[in-house]
Design a protein. Sequence first.
Length: 316
Amino acid sequence: MPLPPRVPDLAALDLLLSVIELGSLGRAAEAHGISQPSASSRIRYLERLVGVPVLERSTLGSRPTAAGALVAEWAGPVVESARRLGAGIESLREQRDARLHVAASQTVAEYLFPKWLVALRAAAPGTSVTLESGNSAAVAGAVLEGRAAIGFVESPRAPRGLESRAVAADRLVVVVAPGHPWARRTVISPAELAETPLVQREPGSGTRTSFERAVRAVLPDWRPEPLLELSSTTAIKTAAAAGVGPAVLSSLAVSAELAAGALKSPEVAELDLTRSLRAVWPAGRRPVGAARDLYGIARRGGAGGGAAGRGGGAGS
C-alpha cells in the first residue's frame, strides 16, 4: 500500500530534527554534509507538504514552530526506525560479503586463484572463500544455478545467461615427452597436429574448446579424434610426459615441466593459440561485495597471467 502523498521523505525529516537539535540551519547543513541553500530547499519542500511553516528563523538561529514541533515529535520514531533499518541492511550486506563461493576452471583454480586469494585476504580479511573447481561448462552451471557468485572460465565465450569480461591472457601449447619425435622439432604444421591423436581434456573443457576453435580457424573440416580423454590437467601432463601422446595444455599449467625438461613444446605454425581467461556472472547482475573485489583483483593481476602464458609458451 503506497504512503499518503503528504508524507515527507526521510532526508527532510532527518534534517528538521537536526535543525531543532543544533539550533541552526547552517550547523544542521554542515552535519548532513550539504550546503546551506540545499538545506533551505529541503525545509521549504517539507513546509510545502505540511502546508504550514515548521521553522522560525532569526539572526540567533532557527527554532520549530508549534506545527514544526509536532512534526518533529512524529518524525523522531520514523527516523530512528529508518536508522535501524539501515543498520540491519548493512548487517545483511556484511554477512553476504563475509562468505564468497567461487567457481573456477582448473587452470584458473590451480595457477591463478591462489595469488588472487592472497590479495583478497589482504583487502577483506574477514571473507570466507569456498572454491569449486571444474571444467568451464561446470563453472557456468554453478554460476547460473546460483551456487557461485562469480566464476572464471577458459571458454572463448560466455554461455547464454551469463555476462563475461576478460581478466587474464593465456596461451595454449603443444607438449610431448622428451623422447617423442616432435621434441627435436622447433615447429610443426597444423596439418601434422590435426592428423595426430592427442591426449585431451573432456568435452566441456575450456582448454579443449579453445584449442578446437583455433584449429578449425585454419582447417575448417577437421574433426578431432582424441587418443585419450582425461578430466585432470595433472593426469594429462603425466600421460604426455610418459610418452602416451602429445597434449595441448595451458602454458600456465606446464611452465615448471618445460623449465625442468620433463616436457618439450614445439611451436605450431600459423595457429593462434592465444586466449583470454574470463570472469562470468549472471546476465544483468554485476558482481557485488567480495565477488566484485575478487573480480577487480583478477583484472589487475591479469597482466601477470598473460606474461606467464607467453613466457611458458616459449619453452622447448
